[in-house]
Structure formats: structure tokens, C-alpha cells
Ligand binder design. Sequence first.
Ligand code: C2E
Ligand code: MG
Ligand code: MG
Ligand code: MG
Length: 279
Amino acid sequence: RAKQRNRGEINYFTREMSVEIQERVMLLQALRQAFDNERLFMVYQPQVSLVTRKAIGLEALIRWRDDDGKFIAPDRFIPLAEHSGLIVNIGEWVMRVACHQQARLARAGYGYLRMAINVSVAQFRHPRFPYMLKRAIEDSGCDPACIELEITESMAMVEADFLLQTLDKLKESGITVAVDDFGTGFSSLSYLQRLKVDRLKIDRAFVNEITDSERGAKIPEMVIQLSHKLGLKVIAEGVEDLAQADVLQNLGCHEAQGYYFGRPMEPSALMDWLAAQKD
Ligand code: C2E
Ligand code: MG
Ligand code: MG
Ligand code: MG
């Protein structure tokens, strides 16, 4: 009887999962098609200096608008792309588009703007990743010193030894590295001693609570102090109002990014935004 019950449970799980798997398979198929049909595009969100409150960089963020004009969030499709390996091709395309955008900005007089590009573990693991990045930089003619890779904390922890070698090699060309979503990865901090990271990026979950209470500012404060002690730069993401920006600045944070300063924008809107902040 026990055996039978077990079998029943297995069937139950299988049926439940198959719906989920089916949905994922369909979404992945749609993603492949969207990628092939050039339905993916990049937007760019300003990163500002908290001192001057002017742009010092941009983060490249991917967008997918389906055939009905509906947006599908990267938090939904990036994990799928990661599991299927499609992220390697998508990620290469992202790097090429973002590098070209950096070069285009330089030609328009904004060559000082850094371009931050999100990189997944699955991409980084690919043996041709350094080559893909090098090609993207060379083909676009952008300044490698303006290219920043955003890696996640969990990746920095799990892949430390492997990362170390790849990053060292990449960094010879002048690119910089930021640890994204810092503080959310439950990781030990020991990797910070080994990896040559340049910047910590305070997760927006922490920024969100910064003006709620004295306690809410403690974690950002700790991350900012940690970055100072380690000689790293620090940027806060998800800044949505002036009060948050001011608290962060008072805590010694160098840079910020968030809807308060600018939304992720398509290139034409970005050019207008940059022109407007000049005066
Ligand atoms: P992320 O790298 O941490 O990117 C920051 C996310 O916060 C973006 O969401 C951005 O639109 C959002 N954001 C920025 N300012 C604010 C704010 O003030 N308030 C709020 N509520 N949100 C804000 P997005 O574009 O939906 O991207 C989500 C995640 O998907 C990214 O998190 C990143 O992990 C991943 N992703 C996006 N583009 C790419 C890509 O080209 N390649 C890879 N591998 N991952 C990407
Ligand atoms: Mg990021
Ligand atoms: Mg982030
Ligand atoms: Mg995030």
C-alpha cells in the first residue's frame, strides 16, 4: 500500500511539474524566436555622482517586447536563458550592442560615461567568454576602460578560483568589475580579498528601507564603510527619491542609480536626457 501511495505522489508531482515545464518550454521557445527576430533590445539607465548629481555612467538592461507589445521582465526570462544556455548567445549580443552604444556616446561627446553590462555565471563559464568580450570591444572601437562588468555575489563566491583567473586576464584590458545586488547573496566576504573588484553595488532592497528608520540605514552604512576600508567604490541602486539620495551621500556613498535620477531609456531618449542635464 505504501508503494502505491508513493507512486501516486510521483504522478501528482509529475503532473504538476509538467504544466510548469510546459510553460517554461513555451516561453523559452518564444525567447529563442524573439532573439532570432530581433525583438530584444537594450535600454540604458543613468548612474550619477552623488556629489554633482550628474551622469557618470549607464547600466545596459535588456528588454523583450512580445508580438502583442507586452513586456516580459528580464527577471522572468534571464533565468530561463541561463538554464538553457541561450544566455551565451544573448549575452554576447548584449555586450556587442552595449559596446557599440558606448562608442556612439563617445562620438557624441560623452566618452567619459561608463557602460555597465550584466554578466551571468553561465556566460562567464563559457571558455570563449573573454574572446567574445574582447571582440565586442574591438569591433565597436569603444574604450575598454569605460566597460564595467556587473557580476553577482553568488557567482563571486561559487566560482572564486575560476573567476580569479578569468577576471585577472580581462582586467588587463582596463575593464572594471562591480558586484551587483551586494548583500543579498548570503556569501562570505572572503572573496573580496581575492577578486579584484572595483565597486560594490548596494541592492535596492536595502536602499528601499534607508529612510524608514535608523535601523534601515544600518546595512547600507556598513556596506559603504566596508567599501571605503577595502578601497572600493560603492554605488546604490534603486534610489527613488531625494531623501534616499541625501542619506546615501551623507553616509559617504559615491554614486547612485534609480528612478529618481533616470529610468532605463532607449538610445534616443537617453541622448535627450543627457543633453538636458548639461544645463
Ligand atoms: P540588476 O542588474 O540588479 O538591475 C537593476 C534592476 O533594477 C533593473 O531591473 C532596473 O530597471 C531596476 N531599477 C532601477 N532603478 C530602480 C528604482 O528606482 N526602483 C525600482 N523598483 N527598480 C529599479 P530590470 O531591468 O527589470 O532587470 C532585472 C534584472 O535582470 C537585472 O537586475 C539583472 O540581474 C537582469 N538583467 C537585465 N538585463 C540583463 C542583461 O543584459 N544580461 C543579464 N545577464 N542579466 C540582465
Ligand atoms: Mg546590474
Ligand atoms: Mg542590482
Ligand atoms: Mg537585481
